[in-house]
Design a protein around this ligand. Structure first.
Ligand SMILES: *Cc1c(COP(=O)(O)O)cnc(C)c1O
Length: 475
C-alpha cells in the first residue's frame, strides 16, 4: 500500500477497495428487506467506537473500510427500507448511486460551462424535461439543481425579493399556511425578514390554506401601509399531503401583484401520475416552484430543484456580471450555473437524474408514483375496515394519518394521545418499523408516508398487526 504525501493508493489497492465498496452497496440493496430499518445509539456508545485524536499515522485502508462497513453504516436508519414509513422516506435507486459515484470519482465541476460543457448541458436538458412536465414556459423558463428543498426554497425567496422589493424590503409581507414546511420560515429568517413580516394563515378542516383568511390578511396589511409581496403555497404538505387551492391563490397573486411560490418539495413529483396531476392543477401558474428529486423522484441525497418561469430572474439575482453582459445569455446559450444560484463550486447532480431516467424510462417513474398513491388508498381501506383503527386524514399523495381508537373502548382524547404515542415508541424501539407521530388538530396521530415503490400492502399489514399486539399490553 502506498500512502505517500501524494494521497494515492496503488492501482491494485484502488480496485480491491472499490470492489468491496460496490459489493457492500449491492448487498445493502439486495438485503434491505431482511434488515431492521431503525437504529438507536447514544452519544456514549458512538464516542466509545469513534472518538479519537486526529490520526497522525496511516492505517491500512482495509481496517478503515471494515470499521466503516461494520460500525458506521449499520448505525443509521435505513430510509429506503420498505417499513421506513416516517418523515419522508428516501427509496433511492442503484443507478443514481452509481451516477453519484462517477460524478464524485471524476470530481466534475458543475459551476461553469467552460469547465464542463456536458455537465451544464445535462442540467439544461433535464431541467427542460421538468419545465415541460410542470407546464412551465420551456423557452423562457429555467431552474437550478440544489442540495435539497430547503435550498431551493431559499433560492426562490432570494429571487422573489430581489425582483419585487429591490433593496428595501422593510415593509414586505409574506403569506403561508400553518401547514407550510419549516424550511420556508428558516429561509425567511436567513434573508433577514422580521417575524412580523410573516403571516401564518390558518388552514381549513382539510388542512388547506383558508382563502378567505388569506384575503383578509392581505387587505388588512394594505390598509396598514404594508406591502404584501409573496405567497408560499404548499403542493403536498409534508404532514398530510394536502395541496393548497393553487388556482385560487394564483388569482389572488395576479390581482394583488404578488410573487407566487409553490413549495412542491414533498408532492410535486406526483404530477407524473394521473391522480397526482389532477390534484396538482394550477401548479403551472407558479412564478417559482420547488421540487425535491431526493424524495419522490427516488434520487439519493442530495438533490433538490427550483424551477422559475423566466430564467433571467435567476441571473438577474445571482450574476455578478454587469447588466450589458447578462442579456446576451439565454436558456439557449451556454449557461454558467454559478450565475443562477448561490453556489460557485457545485457537484454534478444532474448526472444521477439523467442516468436513472434514461435507464428505467419515465414510464417506470410514472408507474412507481401511481403505485405509491394507490398503496396509500389501499391502506386507507384497510384501516377503515378494522375495528381498531380510525383514519384521521385520508390518503392524499401517498400520505395517510390515522390512530388507534378501538370500537367499544371509549377512551378519552387524552388516553388516545397517550396510547398512540406509546404505539409509535414501542414499534420504533422494536426496530421493526419506523413509524412516528404527528399532531393534527390537537390529536396525536400516526403518520405513514408511502413513497417507497418496494413497500407492499403486506409490509403495512405486518406493521399494523405488530402495533396491535404491542398496544394490547398497555391497557
Ligand atoms: C422536505 C421538505 C422541504 C425541505 O427539503 P429538504 O430536501 O429536506 O431540504 C421543504 N418543503 C417541503 C414541503 C418538504 O416536504
Amino acid at each position: 500500500m502506498s500512502t505517500s504525501h501524494k494521497l494515492q493508493l496503488s492501482k491494485e489497492d484502488m480496485r480491491s477497495f472499490g470492489y468491496q465498496v460496490i459489493d457492500s452497496i449491492v448487498e445493502h440493496f439486495a438485503s434491505e428487506r431482511d434488515k431492521m430499518p431503525v437504529t438507536q445509539a447514544s452519544r456514549e456508545e458512538m464516542d466509545s467506537i469513534f472518538n479519537m485524536e486526529s490520526p497522525e499515522k496511516p492505517t491500512h485502508y482495509q481496517d478503515v473500510l471494515d470499521l466503516v462497513i461494520n460500525k458506521v453504516l449499520p448505525n443509521s436508519n435505513i430510509v429506503s427500507h420498505p417499513k421506513s414509513f416516517s418523515f419522508v422516506p428516501g427509496p433511492s435507486n442503484y443507478v443514481s448511486v452509481m451516477a453519484d459515484t462517477l460524478a464524485t470519482g471524476f470530481n466534475v465541476f458543475s459551476g461553469g460551462w467552460a469547465a464542463s460543457p456536458a455537465a451544464a448541458e445535462l442540467e439544461i436538458v433535464t431541467m427542460n424535461w421538468l419545465l415541460k412536465l410542470f407546464k412551465f414556459p420551456t423557452k423562457k423558463g429555467g431552474g437550478i439543481f440544489t442540495s435539497g428543498g430547503s435550498m431551493a426554497n431559499l433560492t426562490a425567496l432570494v429571487t422573489a425579493r430581489r425582483l419585487r422589493c429591490g433593496d428595501d424590503f422593510s415593509k414586505a409581507i409574506i403569506y403561508m399556511s400553518d401547514q407550510a414546511h419549516s424550511s420556508n420560515i428558516k429561509a425567511i429568517r436567513v434573508l433577514g425578514f422580521k417575524k412580523e413580516q410573516v403571516r401564518i394563515i390558518p388552514t381549513d378542516i382539510e388542512f388547506k390554506m383558508a382563502i378567505n383568511k388569506l384575503k383578509n390578511a392581505i387587505a388588512k396589511d394594505r390598509l396598514e401601509g404594508l406591502t404584501p409581496f409573496c405567497i408560499i403555497a404548499s403542493a403536498g404538505t409534508t404532514n398530510t399531503g394536502t395541496v393548497d387551492p393553487l388556482n385560487e391563490i394564483s388569482k389572488i397573486c395576479k390581482k394583488e401583484k404578488l410573487w407566487f411560490h409553490i413549495d412542491g418539495a414533498y408532492g410535486g413529483a406526483a404530477i407524473l401520475s394521473k391522480k397526482g396531476n389532477a390534484l396538482l392543477k394550477g401548479i403551472e401558474k407558479a412564478d417559482s416552484l420547488t421540487i425535491d428529486p431526493h424524495k419522490w423522484l427516488y434520487q439519493p441525497y442530495e438533490m433538490g430543484c427550483l424551477l422559475v418561469r423566466n430564467h433571467k430572474w435567476l441571473s438577474q439575482t445571482f450574476s455578478e456580471k454587469p447588466e450589458y453582459l447578462r442579456d446576451i445569455e439565454g436558456n439557449t446559450s451556454e449557461i454558467n450555473f454559478y450565475d443562477h444560484g448561490i453556489q460557485l463550486t457545485r457537484r454534478f447532480r444532474a448526472l444521477k437524474f439523467y442516468m436513472s431516467l434514461k435507464t428505467f424510462g419515465m414510464g417506470a417513474f410514472r408507474k412507481a408514483i401511481a403505485y405509491n398513491i394507490d398503496l396509500a388508498e389501499n391502506v386507507e381501506d384497510l384501516l377503515r375496515q378494522s375495528s381498531n383503527w380510525e383514519v384521521v386524514s385520508p390518503a392524499t399523495l401517498a400520505v395517510i394519518n390515522f390512530r388507534y381508537n378501538p370500537i367499544g373502548k371509549s377512551f378519552s382524547e387524552k388516553e388516545l394521545d397517550v396510547l398512540n404515542q406509546a404505539i409509535s415508541k414501542k414499534i420504533t424501539e422494536s426496530r421493526e418499523a419506523l413509524l412516528v407521530t404527528t399532531v393534527l388538530q390537537n390529536q396525536i396521530v400516526l403518520r405513514m408516508c408511502l413513497i417507497n415503490p418496494r413497500t407492499t400492502i403486506e409490509d403495512v399489514k405486518d406493521t399494523l398487526q405488530s402495533c396491535e399486539k404491542l398496544v394490547e399490553g398497555l391497557y
